[in-house]
Design a protein around this ligand. Structure first.
Ligand code: F6R
Length: 609
């Protein structure tokens, strides 16, 4: 969480840093701040709320200088107040620090600094501890002081520091939180994510764990934990800068919903050869490798976890290999049956989710081979995996994940079919019909998008509801979980998803005439079963909106309203069924006046445990 942007060069730093922070606002946005080192020492400006507030403040109280660091915050330690906003300074105010992540031993260090050194703290944050520690260690060399201070820290962090006495440099450190350095002409940049610097440069260094970097306008020097200089290859970013803009849409979320056909097409295109076979980007997963594994373990968080539920179904059904799916934050704290016979699949849009990254490391420690499904090229999960199967969704900016979800599912279908091809678990006719079905997905999603008006109409009728249930069976249950998550995260309506057959085991007690139930019924094979569940809730007075394939008059006849998706095979229906639910959540949130791209309490990339 949180975003860092820094600049050192010949220009005024403030505008460049503010611009970078705006592009990172999706990482956190409850306060923002900037520290600029210039002729008159350090100048710091901080404001609660969005970056616009900081920009206004700087217009009223300008800062001057060509070296600086900035931060947009997603609160972890302490409320989103001015005092807790970054940058934080040391006792003398000569050193300023911005920080993403969490310092686990901050309480101990804080107590030690207070008791032994009489340090007076001005905020409740763990970040101030870093600034104070660097200040205490500072003997005229910022780099040395940062080395010393960092050796006392435990946790996950990316840190940027500037110093009044050395106004020509930024020192930064990475440990389990993303950090990159951009290489410009007569200038260099620091950031937590690529979009912050795309406007200014396309050549970057990824900073690795336990590395410290000294950045001046002409030089970038990277040091390992032993303080030895290390060489790093330059990575050239090909990402389209425009792709990170709204392109005429009101919100990133709706733009990204509309980008799904194209993203899925890209994800498929590179993986299907002309001869009807699947190519796995050079990943070695043939008969031999598959024969050596006895299970697949899929681990992810949130939306990516829901994709994992669909992946379990596909791999078990198509390839006949047993699959466990786990929430990453739970995985590490049990004793999972993961060993060298496990294929461990991590799913992550950002590739920076700390829970997922930690689960990945645990799996590697236990000897598993790690294959990740990731959207952000070069992200931590991607770099630490044995193999990467990229979703080609393009940058996802809205906090609510949409195109990442559908492309993740597509990757899992491709993987499952590939495995089936190798294990011979599917006959060739069924293999071919599934392949043909997958190729039609982008077009069918375009058809669903063309029906947006119908969804908007339903949204207008129901947007004031405060309680919505999502029910479904089999694959529809996974879509129900994701549909409910989309709705609650952006509209703040209480939404509850449950496998429809579970209703009668307790939850049905909540159903009455004020309840709205969205019944997912895309699984022809389970039609009769879901009809019984619809009848159960209707008998208790609930209003039912069903989601069915075109032509399913039977379920439509049992419902108060119906959402249609194009006819398709049951197995691939989730990738289509989620799209109207994304649109529904979007329109409901819009009608309720919510801040769709930046929902409260959320950040795009969750780099804390
Ligand atoms: C919901 C959402 C989150 C993420 C989750 C994992 O819309 O975006 O639930 O799916 O935080 O993030 P990644 O995929 O980046 O690991």
């Amino acid at each position: 969480m949180c975003g860092i942007a820094g600049y050192v060069g010949d220009e005024q730093a403030r505008g460049i840093i503010i611009d970078g922070l705006k592009r990172l606002e999706y990482r956190g946005y409850d306060s923002a701040g900037i520290a600029v080192a210039g002729g008159g020492g350090l100048q710091i400006r901080k404001a609660v709320g969005r970056i616009d507030n900081l920009e206004k403040l700087i217009a009223e109280e300008p800062v001057k200088g060509s070296t600086g660091i900035g931060h947009t915050r997603w609160a972890t330690h302490g409320e989103p107040t001015w005092a807790n906003a970054h940058p934080h300074t040391d006792q003398e105010g000569g050193i300023a620090v911005v920080h993403n992540g969490i310092i686990e031993n901050y309480a101990e260090i804080r107590a030690w600094l207070k008791e032994e050194h009489g340090v007076e703290f001005r905020s409740e944050t763990d970040t101030e501890v870093i600034a104070q520690l660097i200040g205490l260690m500072y003997k005229g060399d910022l780099l040395e002081a940062v080395f010393e201070a960092v050796s006392k820290l435990r946790g996950a962090y990316a840190i940027g520091a500037v110093c009044a006495g050395e106004p020509d440099r930024i020192v930064a450190v990475r440990n389990d939180a993303p950090l990159i350095v951009g290489l410009g002409e007569n200038c260099n940049f620091l950031a937590s994510d690529i979009p912050a610097m795309l406007k200014y440069c396309r050549s970057i260094y990824f900073i690795e764990n336990s590395e410290t970097v000294l950045i001046t306008k002409d030089d970038v020097t990277i040091f390992n934990a032993k303080r030895e200089e290390v060489k790093r290859d330059i990575y050239h970013v090909t990402m389209d800068a425009d792709a990170a803009e709204k392109g005429g849409h009101d919100h990133f979320m709706i733009k990204e919903i509309y980008e799904q056909p194209q993203g899925i097409m890209k994800t498929i295109e590179r993986r299907m050869d002309g001869g009807g076979r699947i190519k796995l980007d050079g990943i070695k997963l043939g008969k031999g490798e598959l024969g050596a594994i006895d299970r697949v373990y899929i681990v992810a968080c949130g939306t990516a976890y829901h994709a994992g539920l669909v992946g379990k179904y596909a791999i078990e059904r198509f390839a006949g290999i047993p699959v466990e799916v786990d929430i990453a934050s739970e995985f590490r704290y049990r004793s999972p049956f993961v060993n060298k016979k496990t294929l461990f699949i991590c799913i992550s849009q950002s590739g920076e989710t700390l829970d997922t990254l930690m689960a990945l490391r645990e799996a590697k420690k236990r000897g598993a081979r790690v294959l990740s499904i990731v959207n952000v090229v070069g992200s931590s999960v991607a770099r630490e995996s044995d193999d990467v199967f990229y979703t080609w969704a393009g940058p996802e900016i809205a906090v609510a994940s949409t195109k990442a979800f559908t492309t993740q599912m597509m990757c899992l279908y491709l993987l499952a079919l590939y495995m089936a091809g190798e294990t011979g678990a599917l006959d060739s006719g069924r293999f071919q019909s599934l392949m043909d079905e997958l190729k039609q997905v982008p077009e069918k999603i375009s058809e669903i998008l063309a029906r947006e008006d119908e969804i908007e109409k339903i949204a207008k009728r129901i947007y004031k509801k405060e309680n919505i249930f999502f029910i479904g069976r089999g694959l529809d249950a996974s879509v129900a979980f994701e549909g409910a998550l989309k709705l609650k995260e952006i509209s703040y309506i209480h939404a509850f998803a449950i496998a429809a057959g579970e209703l009668k085991h307790g939850t049905i007690a909540l159903i009455d005439m004020d309840t709205l139930v969205i019944a997912l019924a895309s699984q022809d094979a389970l039609n009769e079963k879901i009809i019984s569940n619809i009848k159960e809730v209707k008998a208790r007075g609930a209003e039912v909106i069903s989601l069915v394939k075109d032509g399913n008059a039977k379920i439509a006849g049992e419902s108060d309203d119906t959402i249609y998706i194009p006819a398709c095979m049951d197995e691939v229906a989730p990738i289509m069924a989620i799209v109207p639910l994304q649109l529904l959540a979007y329109h409901i949130a819009k009608l309720r006046g919510c801040d769709i791209d930046k929902p409260k309490n959320l950040a795009k990339s969750v780099t804390v445990e």
